[in-house]
Design a binder for this molecule. Structure first.
Ligand code: BG6
Length: 506
């Protein structure tokens, strides 16, 4: 076998180790960095996915020295990492840790950052490759990028990379998303911008493509001839916690529907790309997002809610309006449900129902493809009274796997048919734990592997879908109230009942 065959870079089974490089995290003292990013970096290092010449620089408004920052990083790892603490991994990682204190508009701090990056290139061997992770509120994206560019930090020599990684929300509507893109592109090239939608880093989300396109048994029935409707649910049992500053005025639809849920819809509904080349994958997702149509009657086909105070799982919980730092007249949605249609032959007449909310019955994300009833059944009605519609449920989290629901004969003399399920669970089928979404996405950003990062075009198409709904809601009253621990306001149930359907209770 030739060497080329052995080391084919397109072979996606091979674990690709990130090249020598530095990662600078802005907003490194925030929750996301502490609970997700730093632990993911450590887990990658522990799994041998980072080059020994990897460096981590924190940038934040603190007067910290390297030792204090190292302690902070170590604590975050010990508390939140997925893999065990290993002194050797930690020692190697710790040697590449740096800290720069300053505000986002402090030109001098960026000069210090530049010196730090140069020092790392010289002493750590990061080779002029640097990624800047903006774990900061979006209003600072432009400011940070401008300073990075002015300090020459985004300038690279041939063979090196300089990348900017940003977190949603990418704007708060179509217009602002476009403005943000213009601003970013005036400073860094589009191909150097990596937009994070952490749902795309989840194993179970990537498995949607494997399920659909690596098998023969699903795709023939994955269309309007067999599918009655699709339900995409992302439910959380927590409230907004201490995130009032971020959440109020944004709400459930902007927070997760514009990105996570519409990405799930795109992966579920798209046509098969001929390869997993990032551009081909994106084109197929974009075609679906562009084919989405809203029903005419938005009052009947959408629902928004806000949680009241009450009891959840034996605990007394505050209503949204009583949460810290929430104005008592806020009309922010903590629950959103919408109906979408897709104008193509595969999906004509098949509604896609999307719902998400805080303080719902339990934490669960799933995609349920619900099939039509058989056109004719040679049984009397009583025999099938306990038979519902066939369904394939992709369980994204927390109980990762897939369930197929179908009818089977109840043992006995009569012919009674009722629902049974067939299950695939990650825990049973695989011995290895799934990596955290941020492990996958940070490694992909450092290796420059782009398929899992949404392009600006997808961002804009998603806002195009959501904007009319958000505008309709703004012009029409307040969200409906719902009790904690339930599955949202009555209007969400009515939305499906109008077409004689019901939400699944996951
Ligand atoms: C984030 C939202 O994108 O996703 C949060 O901003 C939400 O509001 C979180 O809680 C949920 O992520 P996960 O991975 O726990 O489903």
């Amino acid at each position: 076998m030739s060497e080329q065959t052995l080391y084919d870079p397109r072979d996606r089974r091979l674990p690709i180790v990130a090249p020598p490089c530095g990662l600078v995290i802005f907003g490194v003292t925030g929750d996301l960095a502490r609970k997700k990013l730093i632990p993911a970096i450590y887990d990658l290092a522990n799994r041998g996915m980072l080059h020994p010449a990897f460096a981590l620089t924190g940038f934040a408004r603190r007067d910290w020295d390297i030792q204090t920052f190292q302690n902070f990083v170590r604590e975050a790892i010990e508390k939140h990492a997925r893999t065990d603490f290993n002194e050797r991994t930690w020692k190697t990682l710790a040697q590449g840790i740096r800290f720069v204190g300053g505000t986002f508009d402090d030109a001098e701090a960026y000069q210090k950052l530049r010196q730090t990056v140069q020092e790392l290139d010289k002493n750590r061997g990061t080779g002029g490759n640097h990624a800047f992770y903006l774990s900061v509120p979006p209003k600072y994206f432009g400011l940070v990028c401008t300073h990075l560019a002015q300090t020459g930090l985004t300038k690279k020599e041939p063979g090196q990379f300089r990348r900017v990684i940003i977190e949603k929300p990418f704007g708060h509507d179509l217009q602002s998303a476009k403005e943000l893109a213009v601003q970013l592109r005036s400073i860094v090239d589009e191909e150097d911008i990596f937009r994070i939608d952490h749902y795309l880093g989840k194993e179970t989300v990537q498995n949607i493509l494997a399920t659909r396109f690596a098998n023969t048994m699903f795709e023939p029935i994955w269309n309007a001839n067999y599918v009655d409707h699709v339900q995409i649910t992302m439910a959380e049992d927590i409230g907004i916690g201490s995130r009032a500053g971020y959440y109020d005025g944004i709400g459930a639809a902007r927070d997760v529907m514009q990105n996570h849920l519409l990405q799930l819809l795109a992966l579920t509904a798209m046509e098969e790309p001929s390869t997993f080349d990032p551009e081909e994958l994106r084109v197929e997702k974009e075609k679906i997002l562009a084919a989405v149509r809203l029903p005419k009657d938005l009052a009947a086909s959408t629902s928004r809610g806000q949680y009241e105070g009450g009891w959840q799982g034996g605990t007394k919980v505050s209503g949204y309006l009583e949460e810290d730092n929430i104005p008592s007249d806020s009309v922010t949605d903590t629950f959103a449900a919408i109906t979408l249609n897709i104008a193509n032959r595969r999906w004509a007449g098949v509604p896609f129902y999307l719902r998400t909310g805080k303080r719902l019955g339990k934490r669960v994300t799933e995609i349920a493809v619900v099939f039509k009833r058989a056109a004719h059944m040679p049984f009397d009605n009583a025999s099938t009274s306990q038979l519902s519609q066939n369904a394939l449920v992709i369980r994204v989290q927390p109980d990762e796997g897939m369930t197929i629901r179908f009818g089977a004969k109840v043992p006995g003399a009569g012919m009674q048919v009722r629902d049974v399920t067939m299950d695939f669970g990650y825990g049973h089928a695989f011995t290895e734990d799934s990596p955290e979404a941020y492990e996958k996405l940070i490694k992909d950003a450092l290796t420059g592997d782009a398929p899992l990062f949404p392009h600006q075009r997808e961002v804009e198409l998603s806002w195009q879908i959501l904007d009319p709904i958000l505008q309709f809601w703004t012009e029409n009253g307040k969200p409906d109230l719902y009790r904690p621990g339930t599955w949202g306001p009555q209007s969400a149930h009515d939305m499906l009942a109008r077409s004689r359907r019901a939400w699944r209770i996951p």
